[in-house]
Design a protein around this ligand. Structure first.
Ligand SMILES: N[C@@H](CCC(=O)N[C@@H](CS)C(=O)NCC(=O)O)C(=O)O
Length: 215
């Protein structure tokens, strides 16, 4: 049985975008059962036992048969190795899907995460107000480039892969803005990804995992 480490509680404003959602979604797409192991922010997150699982005290991490993995990208890739829904079996298709996984994490997520941190955690600070326009322009540029690469396709490589899964979870971080809506192709793409039953189950279980799920 796979064990997924995620937080027992986080503030409402970040629920839905904590990175365990990616892993839950990949596990659902792959049809793999798992159990939750909930950890608390603070002492438990910083304990030597948890640091042995996740060196930075972050979530997600998973354990299966003694193998512990951290970093959402590495975990999703490892799950993808077990699911043709997530990773095509032909070598070229597999390599292209992995390129999109890295693009989501290395090219899209840095500006998007920076914008989210400004808006959600530092909006009242002078440095954030000064920096926001430049960060927003950086996000807008990347979204336009992504929309152009997507073109008329349903998914980045035509068929859904783990690259789309990761890209959708990164775009989801912008839910507090209208930046995705500005790109109708991307809006439709994100809606298409998030309409997948596996995503709906993952999000439901993510919200249900908190100790105060109705908040
Ligand atoms: N690169 C890591 C980032 C993980 C991450 O930032 N996790 C957040 C929750 S979404 C976290 O645990 N933050 C608390 C912290 O960094 O102390 C991954 O993709 O797994």
């Amino acid at each position: 049985m796979i064990t997924l480490y995620s937080y027992r509680w986080v503030p409402d404003m970040v629920r839905g975008v904590v990175r365990d959602v990616r892993v839950r979604w990949a596990l659902e797409e792959a049809g793999l059962d798992y159990q939750d192991w909930l950890i608390s922010l603070g002492d438990e997150q910083n304990s030597p036992a948890y640091r042995a699982c996740q060196p930075f005290g972050q979530v997600p991490a998973i354990e299966e048969g003694g193998l512990v993995l951290f970093e959402s990208g590495a975990i999703v890739l490892q799950i993808g190795e077990r699911s043709p829904v997530l990773l095509p079996t032909d070598p070229a298709g597999r390599a292209r899907a992995i390129s999109w996984l890295f693009a989501a994490l290395n090219t899209l997520e840095p500006p998007i995460q920076q914008l989210a941190e400004i808006d959600l955690f530092h909006a009242d600070k002078a440095w954030a107000r000064e920096r926001r326009p430049e960060t927003e322009a950086w996000v807008r540029k990347r979204l336009a480039e992504l929309a152009a690469a997507l073109g008329e396709k349903d998914f980045l490589e035509g068929e859904f892969t783990l690259g789309d899964l990761m890209m959708a979870t990164v775009l989801h971080i912008l839910r507090h803005t209208e930046l995705v809506d500005e790109q109708p192709r991307l809006r439709a793409y994100l809606d298409r990804c998030e309409a997948r039953p596996a995503f709906e189950r993952a999000l439901r279980d993510h919200f249900a995992s908190f100790e105060d799920p109705v908040s």
